[in-house]
Write a protein that binds this ligand. Structure first.
Ligand code: GLN
Length: 490
């Protein structure tokens, strides 16, 4: 029996309701969470930092608030793990990198302060690929998180730790960030629900930037309604992020369980081609057939430029990353390595500074981050800019237009989240291109700025989770949640 009297798989909504009704206390929930983390984190490496004292303080404050008769927020006493790319005031924020291994931000990301204001509990910071660059958590400077369904397999990435926290029952929800699939793919690998909102739906203020025209914060949760509730809390205008949309969030939770009869969904042929694992295909097609028997109309659609998505993304994302990561210079944030004494004494002050910057970046960044900085610097350099970066921007527009056209005929698009179930740790580390190519199903929605989510459908024979991806028109997250809860209920 746990201290709060709750089973391990309690949902966000059930937990918040029980805390609000006083059936369990936030302090009891906090103790349960810590004991779950103590029990499992050694094996799974989901959390990089556990904020025990802060967690218990928050829990006491919530219980006192209730005792004073004050109304509690929509996430009362719900533990939510935070990807370590989200700045947390006074709490180390590493972004999975040696560069920021001891960086302690002086402020909270907007999404984090909104969780606090909603009375959520924040137990700590989760493991991730370094600077969110990766699909397997293996580029983390702190070792990979492991998949709770099979610890020899990756939980996916880059928000792997946040997916594992939810899938292993350590927390009923978490936040991740998704630039090209980093919420959806780990959700599909671990059997969690994972949501990438419309670009600009959630403020990026306080999210360590990877590729600013693509990055979005979103929730993982143990069920669709829980993800909807968390998104409702973090969505909405923020004047500290110029790309954050001014419209308020929608009633995402109200959309869950809504009738889907009469909705039209598009099934893009380009997402069912070679390289798709037959068991994943079977599971996704079976879920689509059941939606059809619920009265959803199924239509074939074409997203003709899908085959260019990987090349386009890996030009644009690396270009933006090379610029965003220029700030890690040993002066303003985190690590500083002085370089060799010889370099410092023999040269002018200017070259000593360059030696320091070079030594810091060499020691602070891992090889995947370096590869991306090199690629990104190359595609932006004089003589190559037009051929690569500008060309990629044009193809990005074509990819967006494919979706515009498809959404003239259908209300949402349904496809696999990833071509395979979770692969083995080490399986793809020696072949970065293979790792990039497998992002083919998650990248197009990112390039088009569209909301997309992964919801579990039937697992493989070996018991590995499979994710079905739902992509909706911009700001139509409600359609996505209605369909996701229909899939969940199958
Ligand atoms: N796997 C993709 C990459 O490596 C996406 C990462 C992400 O969404 N942060 O860039």
């Amino acid at each position: 029996m746990t201290a709060s009297g709750l089973s391990k798989t309690v949902s966000v909504v059930e937990l918040a309701d029980r805390v609000r009704r006083g059936e369990t206390s936030a302090v009891a929930v906090a103790h349960d969470t810590l004991s779950r983390i103590d029990q499992d984190n050694g094996n799974l490496n989901a959390f990089l930092t556990v904020t025990r004292d802060e967690l218990l303080e928050q829990a006491h404050a919530i219980d006192e608030k209730r005792a004073r008769g004050q109304a509690l927020g929509p996430l009362a006493g719900v533990p939510i793990a935070l990807k370590d790319a989200l700045c947390t005031r006074g709490v180390r924020t590493t972004c999975g990198s040696k560069m920021l291994a001891s960086y302690v931000p002086p402020y909270d990301a907007t999404a984090v302060s909104r969780l606090r204001a909603a009375d959520a509990l924040l137990p700590g910071k989760t493991n991730m690929d370094e600077f969110a660059m990766g699909s397997s958590n293996e580029t983390s400077a702190f070792g990979p998180a492991r998949n709770p369904h099979d610890r020899e397999r990756t939980p996916g990435g880059s928000s792997g730790g946040s997916a594992v926290a939810v899938a292993s029952g350590m927390t009923p929800a978490s936040l991740g960030s998704d630039t090209g699939g980093s919420i959806r793919q780990p959700a599909s690998f671990t059997g969690a629900v994972g949501v990438k909102p419309t670009y600009g739906r959630v403020s990026r203020f306080g999210l360590v930037a990877f590729a600013s025209s693509l990055d979005q914060i979103g929730p993982f949760a143990s069920d669709v309604r829980g993800a909807a509730r968390v998104l409702g809390v973090i969505a909405g205008a923020d004047d500290r992020d110029a790309t954050c949309l001014p419209a308020p969030g929608d009633d995402y939770e109200g959309a869950c369980g809504k009738a889907v009869r009469g909705l039209r969904i598009g099934v893009p042929e380009e997402y069912f081609g070679s390289g798709l694992d037959p068991e994943v295909e079977g599971s996704v097609r079976a879920a689509i057939a059941r939606l059809e028997s619920d009265g959803v109309m199924i239509k074939k659609v074409h997203l003709a430029h899908t085959r260019h998505a990987v090349a386009t993304y890996y030009v644009i994302a690396t270009a933006e990353a090379s610029s965003n990561l220029a700030r890690f210079d040993g002066v303003r944030y985190g690590l500083r390595v002085m370089g060799s004494a010889a370099a410092n004494s023999k040269h002018s002050q200017g070259s000593a500074l360059r030696a320091m910057i070079g030594a810091t970046r060499d020691a602070g960044f891992g090889s995947e981050v370096k590869r991306r900085i090199l690629l990104g610097t190359f595609v932006l350099s004089a003589g190559y800019y037009d051929a690569y970066y500008l060309k990629a921007q044009k193809v990005r527009t074509l990819i967006r237009r494919d979706f515009d056209k498809a959404f003239g005929e259908v209300d949402a698009i349904v496809c696999p989240t990833y071509p395979t179930p979770a692969f083995r740790l080490g399986e793809k580390t020696s072949d970065p291109l293979a790792m990039y190519l497998s992002d083919v199903y998650t990248l197009p929605a990112s390039l088009a700025g569209l909301p997309a989510m992964s919801v579990p459908c039937a697992p493989t024979k070996a018991g590995l989770p499979v994710g079905l991806q739902i992509i909706a028109p911009a700001l139509k997250e409600t359609t996505m949640f209605a369909l996701a809860s229909a899939v969940e209920g199958q």
